[in-house]
Design a protein around this ligand. Structure first.
Ligand code: GDP
Ligand code: MG
Length: 440
């Protein structure tokens, strides 16, 4: 790797530079709690955390962040990856119509989602036919017909006396005849998973060979989403899911359970009762919502942006050529400051409230003091600290300008020179146990 000696120097001053068991312990506990609060299934949480922890141990810490902050970001990124890095669109048959089968328990929002999908497709100039196979609840067919009228999409139905498999079969035939692009088959659900419902669904699936079998899951299902997904996936085989009722205050942990267990993507989320209330599934948004640690994530992202590689390489060259000066030093300090006040930053971190206010204040004061003194230096002085070692009058001027004592200025110069020569040695690979510059 590029030898970020400067970074290492900073980190030794600031704390740990690698993610280890001990420096992420609090963060680990916070993440576990966040996932459970978001209603992710317990076993899913355990497996997930174990995976992330193992892959994170030993990772280098980014400049300007703490190991546990970075760990939370790693968890977040892993969540995003698991849930599908990009949004997955609906499957499309190359021999239309595309057939979509809706599956799920009663009351989860299947019928509503059927209409929502049709509206979504219509906006893409695709035609659909909706098929009503829920013959068990008297109002179910009417519900779909009413929704169809609302969005101006036809509904195929044979009343409540026909056989659901037969309705599905004939509905598909009608769709072929009418040359519609997509046929969406709404099905009956039960309050609990029962063998009768499962076998009916399996029969419908066999009869129409869908391109998509979408499991509709109520986001409020919570922990049970895992079992539900397992059962449907084992017995029916799903290709994706729709997570409904995300407009509520649920954190959406069901999303992770569904994905971990079935390996299938969540394609849409329902965010209201209206037919328009359907959104594509965005894994990164969902990951942030599940973790509920938006502040930390923003912070780490900011740090990553601020310290770009090009800068690091330039700095590295300067260090090796002993050109690292007060201007560079100031730049590094501002990088830290840009991320907000030290106190503000620390408070974002779970478990960090143990740091005393006076310790925080001391750190902030020191940063401020150093910056003020560097600001009072001339360009030449910043470039060449030696000028300051040799001239009491320069030190006096800087002390006056910054509001600190000559002693403070003297200390800064000495510390800086010690740091610089140390970094130079490291840069030239002269430190025991360090690999030569540029290697490793
Ligand atoms: P089904 O039994 O699976 O067909 O479920 P329905 O489509 O009949 O929906 C059951 C109830 O949930 C209805 O009152 C819907 O209006 C409501 N519903 C469906 N999707 C959503 C959603 O995304 N958000 C909210 N708030 N309500 C929804
Ligand atoms: Mg229904």
């Amino acid at each position: 790797a590029l030898s970020d000696r400067l970074e290492s120097a900073w980190k030794t001053l600031r704390g740990q530079d690698k993610i280890s068991e001990s420096n992420i312990q609090d963060a680990l506990r916070e993440v576990r709690r966040a996932l459970l609060e978001a209603d992710v299934n317990l076993q899913v949480v355990k497996d997930f955390i174990e995976e992330v922890r193992e892959s994170a141990l030993g990772a280098e810490v980014i400049t300007g962040v703490q190991p546990d902050q970075q760990f939370i970001k790693i968890v977040h990124d892993q969540l995003v990856e698991i849930m599908g890095a990009t949004n997955e669109p609906l499957a499309e048959s190359n021999k239309p119509p595309t057939v979509i089968l809706m599956a799920g328990l009663q009351g989860t929002g299947k019928t509503t989602a059927t209409a929502k999908l049709a509206l979504h497709l219509r906006k893409q100039e695709q035609t659909s036919l909706l098929v009503a196979t829920d013959i068990y609840r008297p109002a179910a067919i009417d519900q779909l017909v009413t929704l169809g009228e609302q969005i101006d999409v036809p509904v195929f139905q044979l009343g409540t006396d026909a056989n659901p498999v037969e309705i599905a079969r004939q509905g598909l035939a009608a769709a072929r005849e009418q040359n519609v692009d997509t046929v969406i088959v709404d099905t009956a659900g039960r309050l609990q998973i029962d063998p009768e419902m499962m076998s009916e669904l399996a029969d419908i699936k066999k009869a129409i060979k869908p391109d998509e079998t979408l499991l509709v899951v109520d986001a409020m299902t919570g922990q049970e989403a895992a079992n539900l997904t397992q059962t449907f996936h084992d017995q029916i085989g799903i290709t994706g899911a729709i997570l409904t009722k995300m407009d509520g205050d649920t954190r959406g942990g069901a999303a992770l359970s569904i994905r971990q267990i079935s390996g299938k993507p969540i394609k849409f989320v329902g965010v209201g009762e209206k037919v328009e209330a359907l959104q594509p599934f965005y894994p990164d948004r969902m990951a942030s919502r599940i973790l509920g640690m938006g502040d930390v994530l923003t912070l780490v992202e900011k740090a990553q942006e601020e310290f770009d590689i090009a800068d690091a390489e330039k700095m590295q060259k300067k260090i090796m050529e002993a050109q690292f000066d007060f201007t560079d030093f100031l730049k590094q300090m501002r990088l830290l400051k840009n991320m907000g006040s030290l106190g503000g930053v620390m408070k974002l971190i779970p478990g960090m409230n143990k740091i005393s206010n006076s310790q925080l204040q001391e750190g902030e004061t020191k940063l401020k003091q150093t910056e003020a003194m560097i600001n009072s230096m001339t360009k030449e002085e910043r470039k060449n600290p030696q000028l300051l070692s040799n001239s009491p009058s320069r030190r006096r001027r800087i002390a006056k300008g910054s509001g600190y004592t000559q002693n403070d200025v003297g200390k800064l110069v000495t510390e800086f020179q010690r740091m610089r020569s140390m970094m130079q040695q490291m840069g030239q690979g002269q430190m025991p146990g360090m690999s030569p510059a540029g290697g490793g």
